[in-house]
Design a protein around this ligand. Structure first.
Ligand SMILES: [Zn+2]
Length: 500
């Protein structure tokens, strides 16, 4: 080494080291109100991101390649939706504009689980994943139908194919819903359940109410036994009784207690109805004796499904405590009478209806329940001229209506219900969630930045294709997908999340 070279190296040690040592942030968020529901942080901070990680949260000034000034805005962990039925580009577009950075299909699930990303083959805007869908397994075992069944019917049949696919979501009009399984079929179903979990299914999706006639007590117990053995949560749409009859809830609570299966009760007000207080109490009592049970709220006052759905073959007016005039034909907004109902159910079993059967007070009661998670239950979105009526905007709705307008709960509690609590529900089975739902150094760079003074949902059942307002920036794995309240075209930073 020459003297000159040595001098250069020494000079470099003095001058270059601080430069090499300085953190080069790919993205910096300046001056936002950073809220982390786990540590209780709620303060003005600067946030530095390096690629797909949050690396610095500080009061010091930061510089980086891309700098967003976010003062007067809330910087929260990206919202995690445990209950979304729309893994489609259009659905994802609306979900990120509602602040969602991870959307999961856990109630219905998918099988084969790995087929779930079918519509996202050109890239995913947000993080996504699915449970092992028991209904899909049943369709396969009883009918040899592999669902979600791929390309052909949907792509070649256009809208008809899409309806076929939507129907397949819960399989409501096949005998897979009503046929009681024989011994051989039960053995095969158990095998497929293990297979679904082995292949990364995030728990088990059990839309039990749709299969009420077909699935008997032994079959449900077998599902819970496997869930207990594998410590995989079962996401259940419980069997629906008359006007909030708690028998369906009690069935799954007892099974969870017996088998040690983690249990998540879907859209509680939609099943509890007038008995919301009773349902919440029984869940708390189960938790108190060690049952690993959680629940969720879909913050709307109607349900939406096909007119051919199993429940409408039963005494649905008593079950929901409504009449024909409380049900809307989604395509036109018309309300039914008996003649129209009988005709449409016969002719268009796959047509979408919106049945208005909930009271806003039940949602208001549920949303303040400690530990309760908020979800969207967003229906599939394929095209904006679709006749499906998704309720889009659940997260902005909770932050705008229940937090700001009605003051039912504080902002930090509401944020926990859409970030930390869903992450915790899943992190034992899917460790990827240890790094989500938090604004902490080392966490994944999934971030939602919104204005608490203006955030609100704008979509309605009649006009569902309206993005939420007040969401300024959404960041998925370090990439900005909503910037200055505009959806960013052509970026696909989302990743698939599996159970480990
Ligand atoms: Zn459901």
């Amino acid at each position: 080494m020459t003297v000159q070279r040595l001098a250069t190296v020494l000079a470099c040690l003095l001058v270059c080291v601080p430069v090499y040592g300085a953190q080069e942030y790919t993205l910096v968020l300046i001056g936002g109100r950073v809220i982390d529901p786990e540590t209780g942080l709620d303060a003005i901070r600067n946030v530095g991101l390096v690629d797909d990680k949050i690396t610095t949260i500080t009061t010091e000034s930061l510089t980086g390649r891309d700098v967003l000034s976010v003062d007067s805005l809330v910087v929260a962990p990206g919202f995690i939706d445990l209950h979304s039925h729309t893994p489609t580009p259009l659905g994802q577009r609306y979900q990120v504009q509602d602040g969602v950075t991870t959307a999961l299909e856990l109630e219905a699930g998918a099988f084969p689980v790995e087929d779930f990303g079918y519509y996202l083959r050109d890239g995913s805007i947000l993080n996504y994943g699915a449970s092992a869908g028991y209904g899909n397994m049943r369709n396969q075992v009883m009918h040899g139908i592999r669902q979600p069944h791929l390309a052909d019917p949907r792509e070649t049949l256009g809208w008809l194919g899409r309806w076929t696919e939507f129907r397949g979501l819960f399989g409501q009009v096949t005998t897979a819903n009503t046929k009681v399984a024989d011994a051989e079929e039960r053995a095969e179903l158990r095998k497929l359940l293990h297979e679904g979990l082995d292949r990364g299914g995030i728990g088990i999706g059990l839309p039990l109410d749709y299969y009420s006639e077909g699935i008997d007590n032994d079959e449900v117990r077998a599902i819970f036994e496997i869930a207990g053995e594998r410590q995989a949560p079962v996401f259940v749409h419980v069997r629906r009784g008359i006007n909030g009859d708690p028998a369906g809830l009690r069935e799954v609570l007892a099974l969870a207690k017996d088998t040690d299966a983690p249990l998540h009760v879907c859209h509680i007000t939609h099943n509890a109805m007038v008995n919301i207080e009773l349902f919440l109490r029984e869940i708390r009592e189960a938790q108190a004796v060690g049952v690993d049970v959680t629940t969720e709220l879909l913050p709307y006052t109607a349900g939406s499904t096909t007119i051919g759905a199993a429940v409408f073959g039963r005494d649905w007016r008593t079950i929901f405590n409504i009449d024909y005039s409380d049900v809307e034909w989604a395509a036109t907004g018309e309300r039914f009478d008996q003649t129209m109902w009988d005709e449409y159910r016969e002719k268009y079993p796959d047509g979408q209806v919106i049945h208005h059967y909930l009271k806003e007070d039940w949602n208001r009661r549920a949303v303040v329940e400690p530990g309760l998670i908020v979800v969207s239950d967003l229906l599939p979105m394929f095209t904006e001229d679709s006749k499906v009526a998704p309720h889009n905007g659940a997260f902005a709705r909770v932050l705008g209506r229940y937090v700001r307008e009605q003051g039912l709960l504080d902002l930090n509690t509401a944020i926990a219900k859409i970030t930390l609590l869903p992450a915790r529900r899943l992190e034992r089975l899917a460790p990827a969630f240890v790094h989500k739902g938090r604004m902490q150094e080392g966490a994944d760079a999934d971030v939602t930045i919104f204005d608490p003074a203006t955030i609100i949902d704008r979509a309605t059942y009649q006009n569902p294709y309206q993005p939420s307002d007040g969401i300024h920036y959404v960041i998925v794995n370090g990439t900005v997908v909503v910037r200055d309240r505009q959806f960013v075209e052509g970026v696909h930073p989302g990743r698939r999340i599996n159970a480990s």
